[in-house]
Design a protein around this ligand. Structure first.
Ligand code: GLN
Length: 531
């Protein structure tokens, strides 16, 4: 089979968490900076069909794509690094693959033949590469394989990428192996044996990588030339294809570090397309390293303060805004279950992020009330809009105002579930998910920040503002400032007598980019700075 698209497969070795996803995304950003059309996908060995029902404390943020898929936070990295929007098919878990395969089998699509790991599962995996490359019209399609080489549960993916090399031609595939090279302090040397072993495991699948990325301790990488020689000698890779990658201070330094570390030689042997224009990365890293004197303290009123990955896109959006505004960001985690007025008073601005479930809800409502009454900059995201609306209604005298999610009484359900949206929570997929358009009220803060009245944002929620209570919500200090095009759904609210109090039913954090922060986040940081 002939193909014009080139494919890059990124596997990991030795331990998980070495930054394989960031490395894959960085390679993508470099190729994009060469003017190529790049797409990415993740293959994840776990059996959950998607991330919708995964506990965010265990698994980190659930990243929502424009087409409404509930995915792994890795896709957020891909979007931030590539500045391209992913789709639900940019991730394939084993659960999603097997479900598709078993559904097809039950449909009688295999005509009585035995359905097997090879070739049926592996063919299906390969089909996802072809489909994505076609959908995105990619020059290069990058596939990250989750887990580490040697994991039993990821072997069908590794077998599939090996088979794919024969299918589309080995010259159209670049295999990249990212592994960890530990430093042994007693003997003061790097140890390559674990990396050698993981490369041997990869060879057992029939894959000799075209590039090996050795992740290592930042301070000592300078003493490491023998690492490349050793890996080259023992593992049948070219010495100039071993890229030494020290720890970076910020993930956004990785694309530039990768160029410095020698990623271009093996990449350009594979696809020759001129020099990459890395100027926007250089500018960003200069901003990140500028270390401004002026500090802005943002309080994140949250439930999972022990796993900050739960709010990854929110914290990345805040950072991006601070880099652009030129202030040092100090993010203060405020435990929603224990939050007090002193906590709110102590920060320059407050974010109430999205969330599910009653735990910590009163703290979030209190944060909205405090910001309304003390003119403190406030940004509410999804649940953060709902709690602001509850706070306003209670201020207007609707004493028991609440959301139906938290058993609001029928006469005080200021946030409620609309008929069409009712469904069983445990089954997943019963929410308003993905891109929805909104119309912003002329002259509103929302319109001013976006610089437009017609906008699109991503959603992930079940409940809506009950417009039966518009009068009370307004009396409590809020204006409704954005609606769905048919006017049925409230998409934005803002403070009527405040300088910066805004909340959206959407998740704008998903569309923020490191060098192009989302206007709501930039607005918050600017307002908090004035404070
Ligand atoms: N739990 C709320 C809802 O389902 C808010 C969801 C969210 O913040 N993403 O509507």
């Amino acid at each position: 089979m002939k193909t014009n698209t080139k494919y890059i497969f990124v596997t990991g070795g030795v331990i998980s968490g070495v930054g394989k996803g960031i490395m894959a995304a960085s390679i993508g950003s470099i190729l994009k900076a060469k003017g190529l059309k790049v797409s990415m996908q993740k293959c994840d060995p776990y059996f959950n069909v998607d991330a919708g029902l995964l506990n965010p404390r265990e698994h980190g943020e659930c990243f929502v794509t424009q087409d409404g898929a509930e995915t792994d936070l890795d896709l957020g990295h891909y979007e931030r690094f590539l500045d391209e929007e992913m789709t639900g098919d940019s991730i394939w878990t084993s659960g999603k693959l097997y479900k598709k395969l078993i559904d097809a089998e039950r449909n009688g699509e295999f005509g009585g033949h035995t359905v097997q790991l090879v070739p049926h599962v592996t063919n299906l995996v390969q089909q996802t590469f072809l489909d994505n490359a076609k959908h995105f019209k990619s020059d290069v399609h990058i596939v990250e394989i989750g887990g580490t080489i040697g994991d039993l549960e990821g072997s069908h993916f590794v077998e599939a990428i090996r088979e794919f090399g024969s299918r589309v031609g080995r010259e159209n595939c670049l295999y990249v192996h990212v592994c960890y090279v530990p430093w042994l302090s007693t003997s003061q040397e790097f140890k390559t044996k674990p990396a050698q072993n993981s490369l041997r495991d990869l060879r057992e699948f029939g894959i000799i990588p075209d590039m090996v990325v050795a992740r290592m301790d930042v301070d000592r990488v300078i003493k490491a030339p023998q690492v490349a020689t050793k890996l080259a000698t023992f593992c049948a890779v070219r010495e100039d294809a071993v890229v030494l990658m020290p720890d970076a201070k910020s993930v956004y330094e990785v694309p530039l570090n990768a160029v410095k570390g020698g990623v271009l030689a093996p990449l350009e042997r594979f696809i020759d397309h001129g020099d990459p224009d890395m100027s926007h990365w250089e500018k960003l890293v200069k901003n990140i390293e500028s270390d401004p004197k002026e500090e802005v303290k943002i309080g994140l009123v949250a439930k999972y303060i022990d796993n900050t990955d739960t709010y990854l896109s929110v914290t990345e959006a805040l950072k991006a805004a601070a880099w652009k505004v030129g202030v040092k960001l100090n993010t203060v985690w405020i435990d929603a279950e224990k939050a007090t007025e002193e906590d709110f008073a102590d920060v320059d601005g407050i974010v109430v992020p999205g969330g599910f479930g009653i735990r910590g809800i009163e703290g979030k409502i209190a944060a909205g009330k405090y910001c309304l009454e003390h003119d403190k900059p406030y940004l509410g995201l999804c649940l953060g809009l709902q709690t602001a609306v509850i706070a306003a209604a209670r201020r207007a005298g609707v004493k028991n105002a609440n959301s139906e999610e938290f058993d609001a009484p029928k006469d005080a359900n200021v946030v409620y579930i609309m008929e069409g949206q009712k469904g069983k929570e445990s089954t997943g997929g019963t929410m308003r998910l993905g891109n929805y358009p909104a119309k912003l009220v002329k002259g509103s803060l929302a319109e001013k920040l976006y610089g437009a009245t017609d906008i699109v944002e991503r959603h992930r929620h079940r409940y809506e503002v009950n417009q039966k209570f518009t009068k009370e919500i307004e009396k409590g200090g809020l204006k409704l400032s954005g609606f769905s095009p048919d006017g049925k759904l409230v998409e934005f609210v803002e403070g009527a007598n405040t300088k910066f109090f805004i909340a959206t039913q959407a998740h704008p954090e998903f569309r923020s980019r490191p060098y192009r922060p989302h206007p709501l986040f930039e607005g918050l940081i600017r307002a908090a700075r004035k404070k």
